[in-house]
Unconditional design. Sequence first.
Length: 76
Amino acid sequence: MMKIWRLIRLCELFHVSLDYLLRNYDPANLTGVPSYFVKLFHDADDVEFEILSDHMMSAGREIDRKKGMESKYEQK
């Protein structure tokens, strides 16, 4: 496990947040996400968070599936 001071130094070197370094998460990228949506996830308890996460993953799979179908038909 890397010591915290090394992680902080890496953040300084690469000009990224600790969240980004550890979890590939950057709050600056949330500008396109409606604030009520971020608040929904932030305020959720553990059960609600899992439900929201499952729904997001399901929606992402459905979007990917539809995009795949569209590109399949566009190729013909």
